[in-house]
Structures are given as C-alpha cells and as structure tokens.
Design a protein around this ligand. Structure first.
Ligand SMILES: [Fe+2]
Ligand SMILES: [Fe+2]
Length: 391
C-alpha cells in the first residue's frame, strides 16, 4: 500500500467518524479539503455547495487560496468553468490558456497549472463541486482520481445527512409558526383567519405564476406572518383602521418593519423577512416602508400585497363592507400598475376565472364576462389612485 493510500484511509476514517458523531458540516468539509490538498500535494482545494434551482453558491470551504483567487467566483463563472454537460469530472490541463477561465486578475489563474473538478449530488436542488488546483501541469493517476472521488463522495454524504436533518428541523419550526399564527388569529375577531387566507391565496397565485416549490413555501409563510408586526399594537387602533388620525396611521404603518425585526433572528425565516418588510410597497413606488418600485419589490411581496388586499375586500372589515366579486375585479383593474403588479393581477384573474372556490367565492355569468373584458383591456390599463384601505 502506498503512503498516499495510507493517508487516504486515515482521512477517510476520520471523516466517517466526524459524520457519524454529527460534527459541523463546515468542519467536515474543511477537513476534507485540507487533506485532499496535502495528500495530492496540490496548491489548493475547494468544496462548493451550489443551489441549482436558485443558481447561487450556498457555501464554499477552501484551503490554500488567498483572497481574490478562484475561491471568489460566482455561480455563473463556476458553472462555466465546471460545466456539468461535460461529465462528472472536468479536467483543465492548462489553466493559463484555457478559455473557460477568462479573467486573469479576478480568478488568479496565473499561479495555477492544472485544475480538476468533480460533481456530487447532495440532496434535491443541492450539488457539491470539488475542485483541486495544482501548481504545475499535471495529470491525475487512477489512484489519485479514486481518492478524490471517494473523499468528495464522503463530503456529499456528510452534507446529505446535515441537509436532511435541517429539512426536518425546518419543517418542525415552520409547523410551530403555523400553529402560532392560527392561535394569534383565533383571538382577533375583526381579522379572523385573515393571514391564513392571505397565505393560501398567495400560494395559489404563485403556483399560477410557475414559481418553484421553495418559493411557494416561502410565500405561504410570508402570508401567515405578514402582519406579525401588529402584535402588541393597540386593539382599539387596529379596529378603527379606516378612520385613523395621521399619528395613529403612522404607528400602524410601522408594522412591516416591526414584523421584519421579529422574524429576522429566526434563521429558518430568512427568506420570509423581505416579504414581511415589503408587503405594503406599491408597484408605482408610493408605498411603504421603502417606497420600492416595480421589480425592485420582491416578487413574493408583490403577490402578498395583492392577496392581502383581495382578502380584505372579500371579507370586509368593521370600517367597510364586504365587496362583491365584480367590484373587486373593477378595483384591481383600476389599481393594476399603480398599487399592484399587473402580472400578478393577471395571474389572480386566471385562477379566479378557472377556480373561484379557491378564493371562497362564486362567480356568475356577468362577473365572468366582466373578468374576460378586463383581462383583455389589462395591457392598456391606466391606473387611478384610490383611497388606501389596506393597511
Ligand atoms: Fe399589513
Ligand atoms: Fe394583512
């Protein structure tokens, strides 16, 4: 047995032990990259975890690379260098002349001879990319390739275990949030079930827009929690939303920021925070808290803004009566482009026409015609500002 193999078995058993004792994933990956670098006498080794669905790098653990080196590539650059279509192992024999690595300054290929990259499926949308960089031009022996594959695989197993565990934890935590929201809303007679319905409506509209399963879940939780910042606000103020003084209005308008502050420390709600914060922005930039405009408003927040308004219009409040579906359609048509994103309104109209029961309403022939007419005129819509009912 060569000394390479002895080292390899030592590392392999250490990593296995670390995985089974539940050691931190970053530490396990750190252990793997350090040892690969040493065993293969490489310049450096990097293990990236990429989210293929969101097209972003989740985590990167490296050893042997200075700042402003290959460790700084973004998702696009990374998948260009290690193009999955070329097979599970990518070999770049001469990094200095290879066109896949175009930028000398930011990628630092001046000091790299050969590069090898390998792909590993971790779980769902997550993949691992393991890259080893050598000083000189080098070709890997079969043994070295085996070592690399085995250690990379081991990293993927460690990540699979950690991610499955995280997923289970996330599910439990999210169920807790759902229970918490239901309990809160059950106590509030005026908005009974508002957030749950907003969450449900928003998920259906997002589905119609072909968003990913992950986005649907984020939007659903955003719906449940969008008004969480109203906790602790005076019930008397919340019950008089339609007739508030300017000072009282300013207090109520703080609820997106308060809500975002409540959710921010909870890591598992990271994606939900921007939705809570921006659910009162308006498409034309006249909303709050930041006056964001158009596509600068997160799409999930644009969906919530619309569904928040729809639920409020259909259910009514103590300060205004339930609206008829026809009036809701007219209202949305007028507000598309000013208050609401027209694309989101269009997705809502599509679902309303096909499955009105989703929104707990029925539509008659006249309303169906009205919907068809408005959908046709939608593209030429000139929006008009209206009284802001939805706070
Ligand atoms: Fe709100
Ligand atoms: Fe709301």
């Amino acid at each position: 047995m060569s000394s390479d193999y002895k080292d390899f078995f030592k590392v392999f058993s250490q990593v296995s032990k670390a995985i089974h004792s539940g050691e931190n994933t970053t530490e396990i990956l750190g252990h793997i990259v350090r040892n690969i670098k040493e065993i293969l006498g490489a310049k450096g080794c990097i293990y990236w975890i990429v989210d293929r669905q969101q097209e972003k790098i989740e985590t990167m653990v490296s050893d042997g690379f200075p700042y402003r080196s290959l460790s700084n590539v973004n998702y696009r650059e990374l998948t260009h260098i290690f193009d999955t279509d070329r097979g599970p192992i990518v070999w770049i024999e001469d990094a200095r002349t290879d066109k896949r690595i175009p930028d000398l300054d930011t990628i630092g290929k001046r000091s790299v001879g050969s590069i090898t990259g390998m792909f590993f499926d971790i779980i769902g949308k997550y993949s691992g990319i393991l890259a080893v960089y050598f000083y000189a031009h080098k070709s890997l022996s079969i043994e070295e390739t085996e070592i690399l594959t085995a250690l990379g695989e081991q990293g993927a197993i460690a990540l699979h275990k950690a991610f499955s565990y995280d997923e289970k934890m996330l599910q439990n935590l999210r169920q807790m949030v759902e229970g918490f929201t239901l309990a809160l809303e059950a106590k509030d007679e005026s908005t009974h079930g508002h957030s749950v319905r907003v969450a449900r409506f928003a998920k259906v509209v997002a589905e119609e827009m072909n968003l990913s399963a992950n986005d649907l879940e984020t939007i659903y939780h955003g719906g449940l929690l969008h008004d969480i910042g109203k906790i602790g606000m005076n019930d008397d103020i919340l019950e008089r939303l339609g007739i508030l003084s300017r000072k009282e209005m300013d207090i109520v308008k703080q609820h997106p920021e308060i809500g975002a502050r409540i959710a921010k420390p909870l890591n598992f709600l990271n994606d939900v925070v921007p939705l809570i914060l921006h659910h009162h922005e308006r498409f034309d930039g006249s909303g709050y808290p930041d006056g964001l405009k158009g596509s600068a408003i997160p799409l999930g927040a644009r969906i919530l803004t619309l569904c928040d308004a729809i639920e409020t219009m259909l259910a009514g409040r103590t300060y205004f009566a339930k609206m008829k579906v026809e009036d809701v359609i007219v209202n949305l048509h007028q507000e598309a482009g000013s208050h609401f994103d027209p694309v989101v309104v269009d997705a809502f109209f599509t679902v309303l026409e096909a499955r009105p029961e989703v929104f707990e309403v029925q539509i008659n022939g006249a309303e169906r015609n009205c919907l068809a007419n408005y959908r046709q005129k939608m593209k030429m819509n000139g929006a008009s500002p209206q009284q802001q009912l939805f706070i």
